[in-house]
Design a binder for this molecule. Sequence first.
Ligand SMILES: Cc1cc2nc3c(=O)[nH]c(=O)nc-3n(C[C@H](O)[C@H](O)[C@H](O)COP(=O)(O)OP(=O)(O)OC[C@H]3O[C@@H](n4cnc5c(N)ncnc54)[C@H](O)[C@@H]3O)c2cc1C
Length: 138
Amino acid sequence: MKEMKIDIAVIGGGPAGMAAALEARRQGAGKVMIIERDIEPGGILQQCIHDGFGLHRFKKRLSGTDYAQRFIDEVEASDIEVLLDTMVLEITRDKVVYACNNRDGMMKIRCGAVILAMGCRERTASQVLLYGYRRPGL
Ligand SMILES: Cc1cc2nc3c(=O)[nH]c(=O)nc-3n(C[C@H](O)[C@H](O)[C@H](O)COP(=O)(O)OP(=O)(O)OC[C@H]3O[C@@H](n4cnc5c(N)ncnc54)[C@H](O)[C@@H]3O)c2cc1C
């Protein structure tokens, strides 16, 4: 199994993960790595083709994809490592991240800190009110 040691692992390469990684680096964190299961960073914003994003941060109306691209450009211009197409399977209490991809197989990554930025999923009202053993969250 491939083993690595880094200072900060950010799980999820959506806007929250990229912003957290950039800020951690700006604040002086050493080796920062984003681990993203998709083949490209950007998260859900890659599906948001309407505009209205970016008014606060960039003072401009941007589509979701353009907003995401601004972060992607910043991450690419930095020395933050981005592991794409890589699924995080487990995080232990002592901050070891187990992840896998087709290139490297299983990886064991020892981290000084782990930032969780995996987004969230909506539940429909009917699911929330569902009784029985197949309720979401069980
Ligand atoms: C259809 C739609 C329209 C929207 N419209 C707007 C809007 O108009 N304005 C607005 O402000 N917001 C909008 N949003 C919400 C906005 O897109 C989200 O709030 C934002 O993308 C959340 O960012 P995030 O980084 O927290 O999560 P996400 O964008 O979900 O990113 C999480 C990332 O984590 C990765 N990940 C998850 N689990 C793992 C794992 N185990 N291993 C590795 N990677 C993992 C995922 O692949 C994903 O890339 C919309 C959302 C949707 C779905």
